[in-house]
Design a protein around this ligand. Structure first.
Ligand code: BV8
Length: 263
């Protein structure tokens, strides 16, 4: 969707907030062309256009009465493992039925156009991998893996029971995601912080930047003098302190950005 760009903050050239429809600023394309290392962080917003509800969206049906942040905790699982498994099965079925969108595909292509790209996702849906991205850092795990709640190891098990059991110890099995109050896997944490501190351009895409420590990554990049870009129809608190806040959908902006870079 080629169109002229509406710069809402012409008076503050250091932070041109751009709204959809939007042509990518030449300065941003120039920074990407010169970048040795591009780091990308995605959140639920990049999967929204595939039909996966974000954590901010009201959930549908049975789940409307619940706040995801109350369900995605070890306490909730210990309190009612059957309920938590019903929630995750509902989400697994929903994700399995959708496809990656143009935003996911554009990021897979971006990796072929720059010398080095680190893709970090907060999402657990695996859509980046299905779009062709490789070496994705799954900061919060993957909804399709299963982990023993007792031994804390990934298990291959029969998940037909209401609450699956670990084939080794018989304990409860849980989805292999990182819940609120749980630590990020150390490899994912270390690799992500290192990439944010090393990159020349940091793209924050489809995240409310409200969940930590993922939300620290853009600030680390900014403080390490990277060019920081946010793509989100709703500017976040980060928007005021970065180089480009593009107020638009990932599925509209990212193909435009990659096409401009490839020209
Ligand atoms: C940790 C997996 C150390 C599960 C997720 C008290 C006790 C313990 C910890 C804390 C505490 N207080 C604060 C914390 C830290 C806590 C935290 O950050 N809480 C928040 C609520 C303040 N973090 C943690 O607990 C983390 N661990 O800190 O470990 C520790 C350990 C023990 C004790 C203390 C500290 C672990 C957090 C991981 C939680 N797990 N997911 C599952 O999915 O079931 S997080 C989950 O929510 C998602 O993965 C995602 O990361 C997050 C939601 O964030 P977003 O992705 O940004 O999505 P959101 O819906 O918020 O926003 C979407 C955005 O997209 C919007 O801005 C929207 O405008 C935009 N958008 C919409 N459409 C589009 C779009 N953008 C572009 N294009 C579009 N088309």
């Amino acid at each position: 969707m080629a169109a002229s760009c509406t710069t809402c903050c012409a008076s503050s050239p250091h932070n041109p907030t751009l709204t959809e429809p939007c042509r990518i600023p030449d300065a941003l394309i120039d920074a990407l062309r010169k970048a040795r290392h591009v780091c990308v962080l995605t959140g639920a917003g990049i999967s929204a256009e595939s039909g996966v509800p974000t954590f901010r969206d009201a959930q549908t049906g049975l789940w409307e009465q619940y706040n995801p942040q109350d369900l995605a905790t070890p306490e909730a699982f210990l309190r009612d493992p059957e309920l938590i498994w019903r929630w995750y099965r509902w989400r697994r079925d929903l994700v399995a039925a959708v496809e990656p969108n143009a935003g996911h595909v554009a990021l897979a292509r971006l990796a072929t156009l720059v010398p080095r790209m680190t893709l970090i996702t907060q999402n657990v849906d695996g859509l980046h991998q299905r779009a062709g991205s490789r070496d994705v850092i799954e900061f919060h795990g993957n909804i399709f893996t299963n982990r023993c709640f007792v031994e804390n190891c990934i298990v291959d098990c029969d998940t037909s029971a209401k609450v699956p059991s670990c084939p080794h110890c018989g304990g409860h099995v849980r989805p292999g995601v990182v819940w609120f109050g749980e630590s990020i896997p150390s490899q994912a944490l270390n690799d992500s912080f290192a990439a944010a501190a090393d990159c020349d351009v940091f793209l924050s895409i489809g995240t409310s930047s409200q969940v930590f420590p993922a939300a620290n990554l853009a600030e680390i990049a900014r403080d390490a003098s990277a060019v920081v870009v946010e793509v989100n129809p709703e500017p976040t608190d980060l928007a005021a302190s970065i180089h480009f806040a593009i107020q638009a959908r990932a599925g509209a902006v990212l193909p435009e950005l990659v096409d401009s870079l490839a020209e």
